[in-house]
Design a binder for this molecule. Structure first.
Ligand code: DQA
Length: 149
């Protein structure tokens, strides 16, 4: 089975209790198990990881090369600050689908800028936990070379 990495950044380990009015009440464990079963239906083996540390996320992106066919990435607040994450994604050349639970474009201006977006296949935001499943759909379609509907 084709393997993909679902990688979550800082504070996303607190999902379920963290500002549920913004991020919903699904826990990260709940998201990860939904990703695993949705991925299996798409023929994808899903490996999940989370870190609160920028360097660890960069290492995970580096290590994905040769291990995974693509990445679903919610980089949390590092989305808006990290040139290093952008460079890591560009360096490994793996397809990355950027996900955010909230609609970052409808929030504070500092969240409108994403350093991930320029090196991502695309961005899914504002659909809550379902966004991860939509991202897996998009990644599976990309990996199978299916550009149509
Ligand atoms: C987030 C949006 C970011 O702005 C924020 O810093 C997060 C979560 C989201 O999933 O909506 O930590 O990436």
């Amino acid at each position: 089975m084709v393997s993909v990495l679902v990688l979550n950044g800082p504070n996303l380990n607190l999902l379920g209790t963290r500002q549920p009015e913004v991020y919903g009440d699904t826990t990260l464990t709940g998201i990860e198990s939904a990703c695993a079963s949705h991925g299996a239906g798409l023929g994808l083996s899903v490996v999940c990881a989370q870190s609160n540390h920028e360097g660890a996320l960069i290492e995970a992106i580096h290590a994905a090369r040769g291990q995974h066919a693509g990445i679903v990435l919610n980089a949390g607040a590092f989305t808006h600050t990290s040139v290093a994450l952008m460079d890591a994604i560009a360096s490994v050349g793996l397809p990355v689908v950027e996900v955010h639970l909230s609609n970052i474009h409808a929030r504070e201006p500092f969240r409108h800028r994403s350093y991930v977006a320029p090196v991502a296949l695309g961005q899914i935001c504002g659909f809550g936990a379902r966004g991860y499943l939509l991202a897996l759909d998009a990644l599976a379609a990309h990996l199978s070379g299916d550009g149509g509907i």
